[in-house]
Design a protein around this ligand. Structure first.
Ligand SMILES: [Zn+2]
Length: 171
């Protein structure tokens, strides 16, 4: 009985360690999400429309871009498309498997589809399409999760990172 009690105590301690470790890990993950989103926010401020995106691989920023629709006379020059183009032409490879894209606004259906075609592994966004519609931003009201769900890929989506700051771009 005493042995069982000790094992019980040890596993309790291990469980609390594990929980602390998990909490610590999620703090680290969340703060790295916030770090990269802040870079995307700075990009957004340079845009013709207030959207910014960065692409990250192994904790390093490999591409950053903003919306250049007006200056390039190109309706497809959204921040995410620009970031994807910068990186794929640098890599000379159309596949972005293992890359994460951080974007201040949820990718529109065009950008979500580009993420699918590029094979991006994770999308992390701040403000949702619904949020953007509410502040009168022109949007096609289909979520990026819906686009992904109808596709042949499974892209992880993390939402609401620095959402308030991403929304402040439109005030
Ligand atoms: Zn877009």
């Amino acid at each position: 009985m005493k042995g069982l009690f000790i094992i019980g105590q040890i596993s309790k301690i291990k469980l609390s360690w594990l929980l602390t470790f998990y909490k610590l890990l999620s703090v680290i993950v969340m703060s790295s999400h916030e770090y990269f989103m802040r870079v995307a926010l700075e990009e957004a401020k340079k845009g013709n429309a207030s959207y910014g995106a960065v692409i990250v691989k192994d904790g390093e920023i490999v591409a950053a871009a903003h919306n250049t629709v007006g200056q390039d006379h190109d309706p497809s020059a959204h921040a995410e498309i620009n970031a994807i183009r910068i990186l794929t032409s640098k890599l000379k490879n159309h596949s972005l498997e293992g890359y994460q894209i951080y974007t201040t606004g949820e990718p529109c259906p065009m950008c979500a589809a580009a993420c699918v075609w590029a094979g991006i592994s994770e999308i992390i966004y701040g403000a949702s399409i619904q949020d953007l519609v509410e502040v009168k931003q022109s949007q096609i009201h289909i979520s990026c999760q819906e686009v992904i769900a109808q596709s042949f890929r499974n892209i992880r989506v993390t939402t609401g990172i620095l959402r308030k700051e991403c929304m402040e771009l439109f005030q």
